[in-house]
Structure formats: C-alpha cells, structure tokens
Design a protein around this ligand. Structure first.
Ligand SMILES: Cc1cc2nc3c(=O)[nH]c(=O)nc-3n(C[C@H](O)[C@H](O)[C@H](O)COP(=O)(O)OP(=O)(O)OC[C@H]3O[C@@H](n4cnc5c(N)ncnc54)[C@H](O)[C@@H]3O)c2cc1C
Ligand code: SF4
Ligand code: SF4
Ligand code: SF4
Length: 356
C-alpha cells in the first residue's frame, strides 16, 4: 500500500508501537476500519481512501486538544486544570450508592440528567462475565444501573458515537470515559463532528464525564494476571496502591503486580484527572463511600446542580482533601514525564500528542 494513505500512518505511529488505547474513534467514523478488541488494534477491512486523514487526525494518540477551546477563561489550577468547584458526592439512594464504584455519583448524575431531560441518552459501560467492557447507549434511568462500577480495561465507547451519528435522532447525550478517550471525543467534536454540523454548537450537545485514571489494563493481560476465575469476581478496585478483587472473599494485591498489564500508553499519560471533561470523577481525596467530583465547565456545573436539586446526590466541598488530590495528579504527571524522558533517551517512540 502507498505510504500516503493515512491508515498506514496511523498504523506506523499508533497501532504497531502498541499505543492504541482502543477508544473506537477511528472505527466509529470509517467503515473501512474494524476494531479487533482481542488483538488490541484497529484493522483495515476495506481499502483506505487517498486524501482522507480522518482516523489519523482525531486519534487521541496523534492529536492533542487545547483545553482553552472549551474552558476559555474559566478558573484554572496549574495542577488540576480548569476547575470551578470540587465536591465529595454520593448518591442519596443507598441502593444506588451501593451499586456504584465509590459514591455512585456518576450514575446518579446521569440519572438526574435523564430525568430532567437534559440528555436523551448516555454512553456507558456494562461488562460480560469475563469482565470485558461493553459500551452501551442507554436512554432511560432503568437501564442505567447495570453500568455502575469500574471495569479496568478500555471500552471503545466512541464507537457508540458513530452509531448515534448514523442512526439515532438525538439532540443531547452524555458520555462517560477515561481522559485519553475524552480527548478523542473533543477532537471529533471540534473537527469532524463540528464540520458535519454535529457539535455542541449545532445539532448534538455532548456532556462529558471523565474518570480519574492511573492506568487501564489490556483485557487479556488482566485476566492472565488475576489468578482467579473472572466470573466469580463481583468488584475490582484500586486504592492506595492496592488492587482489590472481591468475590466470596476480598483479596488485595499490590498494584505493582499488575503494572505489566497496563496499556503501553498509560505509563506516559499525564491526564490522571481527565482534564478535558465537563466533570471529572474519581475516588481519591474523598472519604470512603463518596466520589470526588471536579466541576470544570458550565455544562458540568449544570449536571451536578440538577442532581443535587432533584435530591439524587448530596455534595459537600468540605469533605475533599484537595492537597491529596493535587498530590496524586502531580505524582502521576511526574512519573509520566520521567517515563517519557527515559523512552526518548533510549530512542524509543512516544505517543505523538505528547509535545514536550
Ligand atoms: C480504567 C480506570 C482507572 C481508574 N483509576 C482511578 C484512579 O487511579 N484513581 C481514582 O480516584 N479513580 C480511578 N478511576 C475511577 C473510579 O474507579 C470510579 O470510576 C469513579 O470514582 C466513579 O465512581 P462512581 O461510584 O461515582 O461511579 P459509578 O456510579 O459506579 O459509575 C461508574 C461509571 O463508569 C463507567 N465505566 C466503568 N468502566 C469504564 C471504563 N473502562 N471506561 C469508561 N467508562 C467506564 C460506567 O459506565 C459508569 O457510568 C478509574 C476508573 C477506570 C475505569
Ligand atoms: S478514515 Fe480515511 S484515512 Fe482512515 S482508514 Fe478510513 S478512509 Fe482511510
Ligand atoms: S487510539 Fe482510538 S483512534 Fe487511535 S488507533 Fe486506537 S482506536 Fe483508533
Ligand atoms: S492512564 Fe491515560 S492513557 Fe491510560 S487509559 Fe488512563 S487516561 Fe488513557
């Protein structure tokens, strides 16, 4: 194949070096690409078109996104990024809180947005018995609760955006995802989707909820390292350097034992806090049973406000240990910088979106 075909370029700088984070953005908007989840890579199933560069341009590994395009002059912190408020949030319904990974905040905020009619649908992640993430478009509160809880492998949620674009007549949606995937959403939103008249300023409004993320595990690699039948696992969690696996008993192991299963991009990623999302949510820095929510934009502020007003969540800024939050984010950035420098020193490739 000719070298001027952009899928070839995507292959040589993203896919072959192993940097693909399985966001699904390339396969969502081109029927020549199919995502082979088990192989951990997109593959070309029909000839690539000369002159097109869509998959390459929107890939979060080739292309960075300037947050100023969304947040403009919003208050910003050198470590946290754009931030208007930070709160410890938990679902008020004990059932909903119990099903959640931490405080069940994400699910309750989505439920409130659906109830108020702010969104027509949400893109969320379910799982099969083997803990393989399954992206899903849901349109009602009832369908939402089976998606609660973290699955620690990448979920190609952006493929669902393609489905929404092609087949569904929706005006407003929310998508929940980790930071690198949110970067792909922004790349699409402000380029491909924008040009197709499908952006926050035209037909489709996209609310983004980012998850704090210190790393995501290749699904097959995680299963190999678990040392337990995955179908017996009820919950997985990472906290304070330990990976906990809850089945009939709760077993915890150092996260270090799992590090070899991280996607190769993760150790070089500085976006622990999902800095391009309207709301960013994680467990760190709030008491057990709460989620920490960083409000970054007016759209995020509105989502959290609706959830509080409808009584779906309670939110308390005084419970958040902001210094601990900053420390975690700063530590991840530092460790990523170190890793990038080491890769460069060894003349190895690093993901192209990393500028400095
Ligand atoms: C790979 C990964 C790594 C994480 N690392 C950290 C960390 O280091 N520190 C930290 O504080 N928090 C981390 N989190 C976030 C944390 O696990 C919780 O998701 C967050 O606190 C929200 O909890 P909740 O109870 O409010 O959400 P819930 O109400 O339980 O809702 C969870 C939401 O997450 C979505 N979801 C689940 N798995 C995935 C996935 N793989 N990709 C995209 N969306 C998904 C579900 O669709 C659901 O909407 C991580 C999450 C993931 C998926
Ligand atoms: S999006 Fe364009 S460049 Fe990428 S595979 Fe499809 S046709 Fe080729
Ligand atoms: S990171 Fe996303 S857009 Fe880039 S190659 Fe992988 S699936 Fe495609
Ligand atoms: S650590 Fe970064 S690259 Fe890895 S899954 Fe999380 S957000 Fe994406």
């Amino acid at each position: 194949m000719a070298d001027d075909l952009y899928f070839n370029k995507l292959e040589s700088v993203v896919i072959n070096p192993g940097f693909c984070v399985l966001c699904g953005s390339c396969s969502a908007f081109c029927n020549r690409i199919s995502l082979d989840y088990d192989a951990g890579r997109p593959v070309l199933v029909k000839p690539c078109v000369k002159g097109c560069s869509n998959c390459y341009d929107h890939c979060p590994i080739t292309t960075d996104f300037d947050g100023n395009r969304i947040f403009g002059n919003s208050p910003s912190d050198a470590v946290l990024g754009a931030v208007t408020e930070i709160k410890a949030v938990r679902a008020t319904d004990p059932d909903a809180a119990g099903r959640g990974q931490d405080g069940g905040a994400v699910t309750a905020i989505l439920a409130a947005a659906l109830k108020r009619g702010k969104i027509d649908a949400a893109v969320v992640v379910e799982r099969d018995s083997q803990w393989r993430p399954i992206p899903r478009i849901i349109t009602s509160e009832d369908e939402l609760y089976t998606s609660a809880g973290s699955k620690y492998s990448p979920s190609p949620n952006i493929e669902e955006l393609g489905e929404i674009f092609r087949t569904l007549d929706l005006k407003s949606i929310a998508i929940v995802d980790v930071g690198c995937h949110i970067r792909a959403v922004r790349n699409l939103e402000f380029n491909l989707l924008y040009n197709a008249g499908f952006s926050p300023y035209s037909d489709l409004k996209i609310y983004t909820i980012g998850l704090f993320c210190s790393g995501s595990f290749g699904h097959g690699s995680l299963l190999n390292i678990l040392k337990i039948e995955p179908s017996s696992v009820r919950k997985m969690d990472i906290a304070k350097g330990r990976f906990s696996i809850e089945s009939d008993t709760v077993k915890t192991r150092p996260v270090k034992e799992f590090e070899s299963a991280f996607l190769p991009s993760c150790p070089m990623c500085m976006d622990y806090g999902a800095e391009l999302a309207d709301l960013s949510v994680g467990s760190i820095a709030s008491p057990k049973g709460y989620s920490t929510v960083i409000v970054r934009s007016l759209m995020g502020w509105g989502m959290l406000r609706d959830a509080v007003q409808l009584g779906f969540v309670e939110a308390d800024a005084s419970l958040v240990d902001k210094e601990a939050l900053k420390k975690s984010i700063a530590n991840k950035k530092k460790s990523a910088e170190k890793r990038i420098a080491a890769e460069r020193a060894g003349k190895k490739a690093v993901p192209g979106f990393i500028q400095k």
